[in-house]
Design a protein around this ligand. Structure first.
Ligand code: 16G
Ligand code: MG
Length: 564
């Protein structure tokens, strides 16, 4: 390690004095102008990680759904996964080291992590469409170069595409070709094969409106469009030609405001979806004939997908174990539908993709989705081999089901949740099942719910257990929540410190929107009082205007997945 060169180049990417940042659930994220030194240092760290794992490591420059002025960076581990937790700590130490200490901290990390400095290193880099991303990814490259790492700069990529490239490169191309063409070819081939099986194909040309959040998703969906245009027509909105990234559009806006994005003209019952700014999240929605907006979130996506997979498994008569992984934010109706109607085991993990991904790896088929639309399906190697074998051996109907499963495996991006891949899976399932968006939506009815934010002096005073469903500290808060929850029917509430904002999040659900609102407010007050609230105490909020939530909740447990 040439410490003099590192010191010299680091000075060109100097850290602002006193700035402290943390490698959080999705890497570093803040205003773009504060990130130059972080990018350079993540270039250095990626080289060390690559040497240590003897594999290609990815660096993605993006701040996902954050405003255009922000940016961020995250590292991608060898199998396309999120960076290992012990290296998240190294990343935080390195990013926060004052200029003069940085080379020493870098050395410390290589000693602690037993990095063989003689080993070669290879880093791949991707970036989103933010104005700051190009320059910041150049700073990553500077970091890689000063440590004599090799690199390939993919330029503009969605986050899941970068995960895919890393996975391909570290499995000697077995997962696919590590190029954009390779990605498009793999997914489109599986999509075409799958939709070929639909009985209704030919009599209806499918079309879908896609809000691309004015981000990278638009560019990459355009590239994919050529490959799938025979089967699906996509109309791209918020494609970045006019609007601002994530401004009044994108999956995060639609999910949190429960309304259509700007620029989306919706006819009744027309299927629409939104990507987020780096295209690793997707939500669907439609307007009914009365003009009411219906959101189809990650929970309903997971339900559609797991129902389909379970049906295929039944058809081929194979007892591969399938599990669905959710977080505490999953609507209670979805969990109930999956467990009681679909008879699929459901597991809950902490918020953040890495936790769900990790849990999903325990199953032959692990379906994971956050309510906010992050998610994918993982197939174990053994399951994949078995399915491929069955697709050759079985006869007629069973063989057809096994072949479909084989294509489903290829259509999912198993490295990371991917809006483009998830969209194609959903479109294929809807085509194969002949389902309309309303029929999909009617699988179960969401329990009315409310999310609120509470400002406290130090959100770390709140610690949780049981996948964030129970508060441990401060004392008395969980008891207060329990007492409040008891006052409402079909109710549930939990609180957790946000991993991305300086606030505490409150979630409540109950039998009516009014009750969910009232419970969420009462819990917010308890947080404010017991966890050091600052500013004005929470005020009772307005009842949500969307009528779809005001309907009384009734059980639809008798509803079954329509079969073809
Ligand atoms: C990040 C996470 C997302 C999680 C969200 C929670 C990734 C790639 N992203 O965006 O999974 O839902 O944080 O935010 O892991 P919060 O902690 O502020 O509620
Ligand atoms: Mg994202």
């Amino acid at each position: 390690m040439d410490l003099d060169a590192i010191t010299k180049y680091s000075a060109l990417h100097a850290k602002p004095n006193g700035l402290v940042l943390q490698y959080g659930t999705a890497g570093f994220r803040t205003k773009a102008e504060h990130l130059d030194h972080v990018m350079f240092r993540m270039g250095l760290l990626a080289v060390l990680r690559s040497k240590q794992t003897k594999s290609t490591i990815g660096v993605m420059v993006t701040a996902s759904h954050n405003p255009e002025e922000d940016n961020g960076v995250k590292l991608v581990d060898p199998l396309g996964e999120m960076l290992a937790p012990s290296w998240e700590e190294h990343a935080t130490c390195l990013a926060n080291a004052e200029e003069q200490d940085m080379p020493r901290v870098l050395m410390d990390i290589s000693v602690k992590a037993a990095v063989n400095l003689q080993q070669d290193a290879f880093v791949v880099i991707g970036r989103d469409t933010r104005p700051s991303s190009e320059k910041l990814s150049q700073s990553v490259i500077d970091g890689v170069t000063v440590l004599e790492g090799q690199f390939h700069d993919y330029g503009l990529l969605t986050t899941p595409q970068l995960h895919y490239m890393v996975y391909c490169r570290n499995t000697s191309g077995q997962y696919g070709k590590a190029t954009i063409e390779g990605y498009c070819q793999k997914l489109s081939k599986a999509f075409t094969e799958l939709t070929k099986q639909a009985f209704c194909s030919g009599d209806e040309y499918r079309s879908l409106k896609v809000d691309c959040a004015n981000g990278i998703g638009a560019l990459k969906l355009r590239e994919m469009e050529h490959y799938i245009s025979q089967e699906l027509s996509v109309q791209l909105l918020n494609d970045g030609t006019k609007g601002k990234l994530n401004h009044l559009c994108g999956a995060d806006f639609v999910k949190s405001h429960q309304k259509p994005p700007q620029g989306m003209e919706m006819k009744p019952n027309e299927r629409c979806c939104s990507f987020d700014g780096d295209a690793d999240r997707i939500v669907y929605y439609y307007l009914d004939v009365d003009g009411h907006f219906h959101l189809i979130d990650g929970d309903k996506i997971a339900t559609l997908i797991s129902s389909f997979l379970k049906e295929l498994l039944l058809e081929i008569g194979e007892s591969l174990n399938i599990g669905v992984v959710q977080t505490a934010y999953a609507n209670g109706s979805s969990t109930r539908y999956l467990e009681e109607v679909m008879k699929v085991p459901v597991y809950c993990t902490k918020t953040g993709v890495k936790h769900l991904h990790h849990k999903a790896q325990e199953f032959d088929i692990g379906v994971y989705f956050e309510a906010n639309g992050h998610g994918t399906v993982l197939f174990s190697k053994a399951a994949e081999i078995r399915i491929k074998q069955l697709a050759k051996e079985l006869e007629d109907k069973k063989r057809k089901a096994a072949k479909m499963l084989e294509n489903v495996i290829d259509l999912f991006n198993q490295a990371a949740g991917d809006a483009i891949s998830d969209m194609l899976v959903i479109e294929a399932i809807l085509t194969l099942k002949g389902l309309t968006v309303q029929q999909w939506d009617a699988l179960y009815m969401d329990l009315p719910n409310r999310q609120l934010k509470v400002k406290v002096a130090d959100r770390q005073v709140i610690s949780t257990t049981d996948a964030e469903r129970q508060v441990v500290t401060p004392p008395g808060l969980q008891e207060a929540i329990n007492d409040l929850v008891k006052k409402y029917k079909l109710s549930r509430a939990f609180v957790r410190p946000s991993g991305t904002e300086d606030i505490v999040r409150v979630y409540a659900e109950a039998d009516s929107q009014e009750n969910a609102d009232s419970l969420a407010h009462a819990v917010s007050l308890a947080v404010f009082q017991l966890a050091g609230g600052v500013g004005e105490p929470p005020q009772p909020g307005k009842i949500h205007e969307g009528c779809w939530k005001i309907k009384p909740y009734y059980q639809l447990l008798g509803t079954s997945f329509p079969s073809s």
